[in-house]
Design a protein around this ligand. Structure first.
Ligand code: PAF
Length: 284
């Protein structure tokens, strides 16, 4: 039987019960509008732990654009039905005032990112990662998970969560999970729901270009590769590049060679929908 919990108080009681029974808690934080990418995280959390808790909370403090927050898809009934089917034990779906005081909502959460937030998403969405760390640290404190599962589509978020766990000295194990793609190659994202059928087809151009261009890593420098990818994506119908960055997989700082594990990260507008994707490149 799946349990739907809205209050932190009840969630705390449940967690205490799990701990008393020495049950290992696997946690998947989400903002809802679940798709097969989330499903893969939840299935893994179900398989590897005694109980699986999924949070569904559209976190207002990580949106630096009010319209983006308003337009974020909300599909709670569908999400709960899916989670029930795949063996999730508890859905934690609080209201905003359950998670934040007025003061917290209106002030920037302070965290030392060690530079991880100065590039890519952090540069283009100021304050975004402060909000992510704020909510994830709150959820970790409440749910005390043994393991927490995050997708590699949000590569920078994952690097920042690893840093948060290290800096805050948390005991949770962070499990990195591979990107799940639609048959077309488009990385699964809740934002894909906002694309028209034609845009969705065109958005597949992002991963197509990434995979084709990745083969030039080595013969071309990171800067040349970034320029090639930018040009190729911008040539595709409906697509407009916001950034293409070739970065070190750990520090997320731009690289000049292919000596270390590297990731090519992109943010691309398809119409007015902002999509991100990435591809890893092994040292060469
Ligand atoms: O990746 C997301 O959906 C969100 O950033 C997260 C981790 C659930 C925090 O709100």
């Amino acid at each position: 039987m799946i349990k739907i919990v809205e209050s932190s108080e009840e969630m705390r009681r449940l967690v205490k019960g799990f701990k008393n029974e020495a049950k290992r808690i696997g946690f998947v934080p989400t903002m809802g509008a679940l798709h097969e990418g989330h499903q893969s995280l939840v299935e893994r959390a179900v398989a590897e732990n005694d109980v699986c808790v999924v949070s569904i909370f559209v976190n207002p403090t990580q949106f630096n654009n009010h319209e983006d927050l308003e337009k974020y898809p909300r599909t709670l009934t569908h999400d709960i039905a899916l989670l029930k089917e795949i063996g999730c034990s508890v859905v934690f779906a609080p209201q905003v005032d359950e998670m934040y005081s007025e003061t917290e909502i209106n002030s920037l959460f302070d965290f030392d990112f060690g530079g991880l937030d100065r590039v890519m998403e952090g540069k283009f969405r100021p304050g975004h990662f402060n909000g992510v760390v704020q909510i994830v640290s709150k959820l970790f404190a409440l749910l005390e998970p043994d393991r927490a599962y995050f997708g590699e589509k949000d590569f920078q978020q994952l690097a920042i969560i690893h840093r948060m766990v290290e800096v805050m000295g948390l005991k949770v194990e962070i499990v990195d999970c591979p990107i799940v793609r639609e048959t077309s190659g488009l990385a699964m994202s809740s934002r894909n729901e906002r694309l028209s059928a034609e845009q969705r087809q065109n958005a597949a151009g992002i991963s197509k270009v990434l995979f084709e261009c990745a083969t030039f890593a080595g013969p071309e420098s990171p800067q040349e590769l970034a320029a090639r990818i930018t040009e190729a994506i911008n040539k595709q119908p409906d697509l407009s590049v916001e950034y293409v960055e070739v970065v070190d997989a750990k520090s997320l700082q731009p690289v000049n060679s292919w000596a270390t594990p590297t990731v090519v990260c992109v943010a691309v507008f398809c119409g007015d929908v902002r999509l991100i994707d990435n591809v890893k490149i092994a040292p060469r």
